[in-house]
Design a protein around this ligand. Structure first.
Ligand code: UN1
Length: 482
């Protein structure tokens, strides 16, 4: 931590500014940790307060701006993001280590999100009903919540800021976006695209820095009407308590412990490919990543052999290389946490079939496959946010569904089978917000709801038309002509 006024990474009332205190922090490249990728403002409660004030001042005008005008700015932002795709993707790979192939796909997704919500501004904003009284108009309308706080994680540094910011602004709110300490650069570039697209001063304000200082003060701030958070379960609970206790509204997207179930009749090659991608892409740093693979006993051995072969020929290493499938973890601390999770897996009786170690000088942990992990052990219950997956054997579908559900999370699941009857049984029984039949556990289309059940979420789901539920409030109007 140093004292300098050079890091003008906060956007407040249309000005790029350093933290009031002048404090900064440095972010290092997780593949080449000796290399600095940027210096950013370490914001305090004072900076957050100024950002909230700017958002409050901008709200009356933005709310009255025609929805189509708001939408056009978002659509133009999508185009600008796409035009800078290469630069933004490279910045993402440099700051958090996501392989460039996935980083590019994510930036493309962020552009699509802005365009989708640009178009949402043209959609109906209420419903008209028949009234039981004569000469009465009866209808609903949606209005913005006011000033919203958005706290985003480092693992999807383009897609998640996009999918919170775009609907917030489309529906007429003004916002304060707190970017993740570990990956601020990507989100700052999206904010620059919004400014370039003509977003009025103060409509979006951005702060960088620590969660416990900047994030917590945003959650506590009495003038933030609603707050959307994506991150860990523990932080999410603190954020929820801070917001709810002062009467604000909150939306949380939290962790997952996502199962992949492979039935006896499944296409094993397709299932193996999905297992590799779901478990190891982005080095397993997705709340939608596959953590448990439940295999019917009749295909356990052949699946296991093929998955290990796939791991052996997987491309692991420098995330800037276009063929790389698995790169480093985001930071030294994250790597230490994942290695500690692996050690705990072994000490509780799990056997490592592949990987298990750090590789090279960067923060890379090898794709790791466990077997013989008990259902109540740490690796079967807790989210180790890295490239670590465990294999389990089951003998009946009933058993598979029961064990798949036996965690506190309920985000996504994947089920491989060609049996339609089993597909519908899975839809009925699996306690998840997102279910993939014959595809991997991760991934999110921009136009459909995204969110989990149980401890994986709180409040309305995000994205698609569901986003409106959180970023607007509904009013029912009885209008009598006297
Ligand atoms: C995806 O699977 O592409 O933080 C999106 C996360 C989720 C987003 C997953 N909120 O991993």
């Amino acid at each position: 931590m140093s004292r300098t006024v050079e890091a003008a990474s906060n956007l407040i009332a249309g000005e790029w500014a350093s933290a009031d205190s002048g404090e900064t922090y440095e972010k290092r490249n997780p593949w080449i940790p000796t290399r600095s990728v940027g210096v950013y403002a370490l914001s305090s409660a004072e900076d957050v307060a100024r950002a909230v004030e700017a958002a409050r001042c901008a709200f009356p005008l933005w709310r009255q701006t025609a929805a189509q005008v708001r939408g056009q700015i978002l659509t133009a932002t999508g185009d600008l993001i796409e035009r800078s795709l290469d630069d933004i993707a490279l910045a993402m790979t440099a700051e958090m280590g996501k392989p460039i192939r996935e980083a590019r796909a994510e930036v493309t997704r962020a552009a699509a999100i802005f365009r989708f919500f640009g178009n949402e501004a043209y959609q109906p904003s209420g419903e008209r009903y028949e009234s039981s009284a004569q000469q009465q108009h009866l209808y609903t309308l949606r209005r913005p919540r006011g000033v919203v706080g958005l706290i985003t994680p480092w693992n999807f540094p383009a897609a998640i800021p996009a999918w919170k910011t775009a609907p917030a602004l489309a529906y007429g709110n003004t916002a304060v976006l707190k970017l993740a300490r570990e990956a601020p650069e990507t989100g700052l570039r999206l904010a620059r695209c919004l400014c370039e697209a003509g977003l009025p001063t103060g409509v979006l304000n951005v702060v960088t820095g620590d969660g416990p200082a900047a994030g917590a003060s945003l959650a506590r701030h009495p003038d933030v009407d609603a707050l959307s958070f994506t991150g860990s379960v523990d932080t999410g609970a603190r954020v929820r308590d801070a917001v709810v206790s002062r009467g604000g509204d909150v939306q949380l997207e939290l962790g997952g412990h996502n199962p992949m179930i492979v039935a006896a009749d499944a296409d094993i090659s397709a299932a193996c490919e999905a297992a590799y991608a779901g478990s190891f892409w982005s080095a397993g740093q997705k709340c939608t990543a596959t953590r448990r693979i439940l295999l019917h006993e009749s295909i356990y051995d052949v699946f296991c052999e093929r998955l290990l072969e796939r791991v052996r020929c997987g491309v692991v290493g420098d995330p800037v290389v276009s063929t790389t499938e698995v790169g480093p973890l985001v930071s030294f601390d994250q790597m230490q946490t994942v290695l500690a999770g692996i050690s705990q897996g072994v000490s509780e009786g799990g056997e490592i079939l592949a990987g298990g170690n750090r590789r090279g000088d960067g923060f890379l942990v090898e794709p790791t496959v466990f077997t013989d992990v008990g259902d109540n052990c740490f690796l079967s219950q807790e989210e180790v946010f890295g490239p670590v997956v465990s294999l389990y054997r089951f003998s009946s579908m009933e058993e598979a569904f029961t064990r798949a559900n036996a965690v506190r999370f309920g985000l996504t699941a994947s089920f491989f089978t060609n049996d339609l009857r089993l597909v519908h049984q899975a839809i009925d029984e699996l306690e998840v917000g997102i279910l993939h039949i014959n595809s991997q556990t991760a991934g999110a289309e921009v136009h459909v709801p995204f969110g989990g059940l149980k401890a994986s979420g709180f409040g309305p789901h995000e994205q698609g038309k569901a986003a409106r539920d959180f970023f607007t409030q509904s009013v029912t109007v009885y209008e009598d002509a006297l």
